[in-house]
Design a protein around this ligand. Sequence first.
Ligand SMILES: [Zn+2]
Length: 369
Amino acid sequence: MRLEDLIGQARAAAVLRNAILRDRAAHAYLFRGPEGVGKSTAALLFAQALNCQRKTPSDLASACGECRSCTLIARGSHPDVRFVIPAGDSQTSVIPIDDIRRGFVYDINLKPAFGRYKIYILDPADRTAHLAIHTILKALEEPPPYVVTILVTALPASLPPTIPSRCQNITFQLAGIQAVEHHLLTLGLQPAAASSLARLSGGRIAWAVRAAARPEVLAARKAILDLCADLHRRPVPAGLRLAEDIKLHALALAATRRDAEAQAQADDETERAAPARSFRGDRVLRSELPWCLDVIVSWYRDLLAAPRGGALLNPDYQNLLNTGQGPRSPLQEDHAIRAILETRHSLQRNANIDLALESLAIKLLSGGD
Ligand SMILES: [Zn+2]
């Protein structure tokens, strides 16, 4: 994969390619933009291109992807390319100050082992321990000429402003829905599924590709939309089972993902720079739930859009959206969307899963807040 292959990131790719071609990499970059649009992949490709040992003369801005350097970087075990990442897997874990010191600030003064550049990728940079910020700033001040630091973040506003001002800012954006759809078609997805997933992704290509690669994600999407379509036809006690149903779908997704991750880890015998992933059930469940809730939001967005002839996020449900809902008001859909987003937010802040989902089910059934 080359930088220009990143979907919808032509501008960012052009700036980075130019830096490689002119042999003028900045000493620090801030890769900023929404989640799931390719910032981390771009950091990896950029690091590979900077240190590649076997570039083709016809494309000097791209890594070969196969030499020793490229392979080691892809595995996270290149001695000169360090991934400085949070310790632990929860949304609240941070990059400890000791990792910043040992893996970055003290390390930059040691010359590269065999690479042309020493590259540090702090990802996500907004989750560094608060005390470490000053240490990072100091390191960005006057690094040795062979050092390139890449800070990756979806939340640049949560960094002190002195950090963006000391970096070259590279902005990544949401890809166009059509570009995502086109990419999914090239991966062999059926047109209806590609169209729906592309819209549902909102331009987050990483999310769309991940969903496309996992048939169970499409199956869960359908099951959750069927639940939504049926929700207001159920008697209230049955409707209250919604919370349990959502959790079951998230658990099923979590189980398949856990198996896939365990397999990938067994396949990869090399020592990785990243700390071993732990498979705590709650953590994996919590990481699948936001996606399940996004599907429910997409249903209510469609309920708002359908009567106005707007573009649907779930075009394959057009008939049910137009006919199956009985009298509801835009205010009710608005309340529902707000309640779902609040639940999503509270789960990310470690709210109790059962309580949060049950309370959401009651709000959706009552149609108010
Ligand atoms: Zn290479």
